[in-house]
Design a protein around this ligand. Structure first.
Ligand SMILES: *[C@@H]1O[C@H](CO)[C@@H](O)[C@H](O)[C@H]1NC(C)=O
Length: 245
């Protein structure tokens, strides 16, 4: 009995200590710091119009182009990673003449957790699509509207095609980020696309696919190169694009 007690005691202590270390490591390294809600004490101020969604979250948006009642083409713009509602280049760089001629109204919004939109801890591919549909209905964009997804905004655009195809007048994907594990892409095409990326991005994509819980740490540690996109490394860009960015 004494032998069992003596041997149980140290191993349970070791398990507890290791558990506490793992929990602390998880909290401090693997998870991003908690967000500061816009408009909360100590948080950033609210400057954008926002709508309250079905679960109480706020979604910030920004309108561009013609007034929505006048326009024939109503477009919802979905931004990519590391950007927000202000980065709606397809709206902001169009000349007023072209906006008039094409009769375009565009609305961009901050995806949950970006800019001035509250984070959505329960976010799924479908919940993001429901946010977009709620935004469209809040702004009375009609029974059908256009969706334009840029870069990582492509994920939500695919979601719209899957979950609300009956609400779409049309869809555009601009330089979309693909999932190399999608089964309905021909394997030789996904493999070629995967291999065209810099090695560091191949690894970042592998980690995101096989160990998503590790991706925040992967892209913030300094031991080796994380994603060039997350680290804002512009060496992959052409000379002309480097000048612009
Ligand atoms: C992939 O394979 C198909 C069928 O064999 C072929 O037609 C296509 O050109 C290939 N694509 C690439 C990028 O290798």
């Amino acid at each position: 009995m004494t032998w069992i007690r003596n041997s149980l005691f140290p191993s349970s202590v070791i398990i507890i200590v290791v558990g506490v270390i793992i929990a602390l490591t998880y909290q401090s390294i693997l998870k991003p710091p908690p967000p500061k809600l816009c408009g909360s004490p100590g948080g950033p101020p609210i400057t954008a119009p926002r709508l309250k969604l079905r679960d109480g979250r706020n979604l910030a948006y920004k309108e561009h182009g013609l007034p929505r009642k006048k326009a024939n083409h109503k477009i919802i713009f979905i931004h990519g990673s590391d950007s927000c509602r202000h980065d709606a280049v397809f709206a902001t760089l169009l000349s007023p003449d072209l906006v008039d001629e094409l009769s375009v109204y565009m609305v961009s919004f901050d995806k949950p957790g970006y800019g001035e939109s509250d984070p959505d801890p329960n976010r799924t591919p479908k919940s993001l699509v429901l946010d977009i549909e709620e935004l469209a209905d809040y702004l009375s964009l009609g029974s059908k509207f256009y969706v334009l997804g840029y870069s990582m905004g492509e994920q939500a655009t695919w979601g719209c095609l899957k979950y609300i195809p009956h609400r779409l007048a049309g869809v555009t994907l601009v330089s979309p980020v693909v999932n190399y594990w999608w089964k309905n892409l021909p394997l030789n095409v996904s493999t070629e696309g995967f291999n065209l990326q810099p090695k560091r991005n191949q690894w970042a994509v592998r980690v995101a696919h096989y160990a998503p819980w590790l991706i925040y740490w992967w892209n913030t540690q300094n031991w080796f190169s994380g994603s060039s996109v997350a680290n804002r490394d512009h060496s992959i860009l052409s000379k002309a694009d480097k000048v612009r960015s």
